[in-house]
Design a protein around this ligand. Structure first.
Ligand code: HAM
Length: 427
């Protein structure tokens, strides 16, 4: 009889032992960088009142309209699994008077944990996913925008993630936003016949969202609309120019991208996203922006704020695919010796490596066995890295390494360079 096996729910992912080291590395890195930027950690409930997100993210957004895991609990309250962290942090900051903590009106907080959205699952898009987020309260000038962007860049650097591109835009203030919404609405309304039902609905509820539509028909219609930047008020434009000027002076690369409008209603002025092309269509790895009206909307005072959230599963995907190999403490590395019987050079190499790296385990494989079987053994010990010593290596005073960045292809290297390479990968 066929067994009825219970499987996990679509869009909900198990994290298996193979992936844990990437998560640990990520968690260590966010802890380190957050404290370097003097941000404090908050741990908040996974369930909140649904109203919190209706008020903050907005009723016209996909997240609130279609993707919330909301339900009525046994006491009749309308509650939901949190779809994001910003609104919860704002709620907690008001509730516990954190914004005015120790008499200061300027606070920085970070959080890390699961979020839930009933989206269509695909590669890089899950129904339960984790975010690492940072929120700054009380900071209004462009220096806080810069500080956060620098923090995001430093995080990506510490995670060894290269090729992430920072896309930025400015929505201006609420008036600018409304003005631009009207430009899009008017323009697309003239082409309603070319829009499908979903696009027509979005046009009514949240026209800005159509700016980052991936559909060719919408892209084509929007080709001739003015850039948001061109329509900003003098004050908003001036603020954004100062920000871009600082980014230029600091040599922080960015792309001014008119399609960055964000899927949540609470933003104003600076909005941004880091994207990593290797991920395909779900390529946003970290995103955020300024939300100067949200604290007030949720019941607090007028407190400017800015933040971002990083999608952890997408980061882990990159770490796995780039296999940013780190040599951790107690890692074992195989040393394969296939040189002639009377050579002592392999012993000298082993001795030097052991004295140089006292917390790495070097496993000399059985030198009487063939290269193939020694290699098999070494790969079992560590499939990312192995050292080989042949007669040719001895003659040329070098070593052969098989490193994962090289898909285990051979690479010749001097002992000195090997030590440098390993030091780089260690710590
Ligand atoms: P968001 O753009 O909705 O912004 O999400 C931020 C990041 O979370 C995305 O760039 C992506 O990496 C990840 N993410 C979102 N949805 C999913 C999903 N279904 N599966 C996997 N990863 C996902 C926010 O949530 C804002 N609260 C960010 C923010 C913080 N703004 C200001 N402060």
């Amino acid at each position: 009889m066929k067994k009825n096996i219970i499987k996990s729910i679509k869009g909900f992912k198990d994290i298996l032992p193979d992936e844990i080291k990437y998560y640990r590395f990520f968690e260590e890195t966010i802890g380190k960088i957050s404290s370097q930027f003097a941000a404090e950690e908050l741990r908040l409930p996974l369930i909140e009142k649904s109203e919190l997100f209706h008020r903050s993210i907005g009723d016209g957004t996909d997240i609130v309209n279609k993707e919330m895991y909301d339900f009525t609990d046994k006491g009749g309250a309308s509650i939901c699994l949190r779809p994001e962290g910003t609104a919860s942090v704002v709620r907690a900051a008001i509730e516990h008077n954190l914004i005015y903590d120790r008499g200061l009106k300027k606070q920085k907080y970070w959080y890390y944990g699961p979020m839930f959205r009933h989206e269509k699952p695909q590669k890089g898009r899950y129904r339960q996913f984790s975010q690492f987020g940072v929120e700054y309260f009380g900071f209004s000038d462009t220096n806080s925008d810069i500080e956060l962007l620098m923090m995001g860049n430093l995080l990506l650097k510490e995670l060894n993630i290269e090729n992430a591109k920072l896309h930025i835009n400015s929505l201006g203030d609420m008036e600018d936003k409304k003005k631009y919404e009207k430009i899009i609405f008017d323009h697309l309304s003239m082409h309603k016949d070319n829009l499908d039902e979903y696009q027509k609905d979005t046009l009514e509820k949240n026209p800005l969202r159509l700016l980052d539509s991936k559909s060719d028909n919408v892209k084509e219609i929007l080709l001739n609309i003015p850039m948001l930047y061109e329509t900003l008020s003098v004050t908003s434009k001036n603020r954004f120019d100062i920000l871009m000027g600082k980014l230029d002076s600091l040599k922080i690369n960015y792309i001014l991208d008119n399609s960055i409008v964000r899927g949540l209603d609470y933003y104003n002025d600076t909005v941004f996203e880091w994207r990593h092309e290797s991920l395909g269509s779900q390529n946003a790895i970290c995103a955020g922006g300024r939300y100067d009206n949200l604290v007030n909307t949720i019941g607090g005072d007028d407190v400017p704020a800015i933040g971002f959230a990083m999608g952890v599963e997408r980061i882990i995907e990159i770490l796995k695919s780039e296999d940013n190999f780190e040599i951790e403490k107690n890692t074992s590395i195989g040393i394969i010796n296939i040189s002639s019987e009377n050579e002592v050079y392999p012993h000298l190499i082993s001795k030097d490596l052991r004295s140089e790296f006292s917390d790495i385990n070097f496993y000399n494989t059985d030198s009487s066995a063939s290269l193939t079987s020694q290699l098999k053994h070494a790969i079992k010990i560590n499939d990312k890295f192995a050292i080989i010593i042949t007669d040719d290596n001895i003659k040329n005073k070098n070593l052969t390494i098989k490193a994962s960045e090289n898909q285990m292809a051979d690479m010749l290297i001097s002992l000195e360079d090997l030590i440098k390479y390993m030091r780089n990968k260690h710590e």
